[in-house]
Design a protein around this ligand. Structure first.
Ligand SMILES: N[C@@H](CCC(=O)N[C@@H](CS)C(=O)NCC(=O)O)C(=O)O
Length: 202
């Protein structure tokens, strides 16, 4: 059994859970609810991950792995899965899309922190919005190529990023601005792995 520092709201944790689900490993994970407060890093989490970030996976021997993509690759190897294609033609395509989707998730977290501050910095808000729209436009334009991809670390991360928009960024009305991407997301929303890991408050 492996223990995952978990929150129902984190898109990075969701990415790990969706991978585990798709790989048939979800019952091998014990979830511990961990509040990764940025201002008050919890001791219990810091013992397993000095960066105080979730997801963090604690293995049977007490050692731990951090950063969602590392955890996902570990699970993929354990299950002999194919979420990380190795053939050169696929590998760099998938790692690039993963980096874009994951990087956009980072931007969304920073943007949210900024906009919830009592006095947000206008230039920062504008820069986050600019990066958001540029990245979304890029994905929207690449939907024809994305549609040829199956279930892999890139498409899972992109789906979790879009799921996070539906949770925290409803105000962006992203489906109206990026209809091809919205169409791409439809079958993803209906997957068991996505339905059983939806973000909830609490
Ligand atoms: N690069 C990390 C990002 C994880 C991350 O930012 N997690 C957030 C929650 S969504 C967190 O733990 N924040 C607490 C902190 O940074 O203090 C990954 O991919 O796992």
């Amino acid at each position: 059994m492996m223990t995952l520092h978990w929150s129902p709201r984190s898109p990075f944790v969701r990415k790990v859970l969706v991978c585990a689900h798709e790989l048939g490993l979800k019952d091998r994970l014990t979830l511990v609810r961990t509040l990764a407060s940025t201002k008050e890093p919890p001791e219990a989490l810091m013992r397993d991950n000095p960066l105080s970030k979730i997801p963090t996976l604690v293995l049977d021997d007490g050692s731990s792995l951090m950063d969602s993509v590392v955890i996902c690759e570990y699970l993929n190897d354990m299950a002999h899965g194919d979420l990380f294609p190795q053939a050169a033609g696929q590998k760099w395509k998938v790692l690039r899309w993963h980096a874009l989707a994951n990087g956009l998730m980072d931007v969304l977290i920073l943007w949210r922190h900024e906009r919830e501050r009592p006095h947000p910095e206008a230039p920062l808000l504008a820069a986050y919005a600019k990066k958001f729209h540029a990245s979304m436009s890029r994905f929207n334009a690449e939907v024809p190529a994305l549609s040829l991809q199956g279930v892999d670390i890139a498409t899972i991360t992109l789906a979790c990023m879009l799921g996070y928009l539906d949770y925290r960024y409803v105000d962006t009305a992203w489906r109206e601005g990026y209809p091809a991407l919205a169409h791409w997301f439809k079958p993803w929303e209906a997957r068991d792995s996505m339905l059983s890991t939806r973000a909830v408050d609490g």
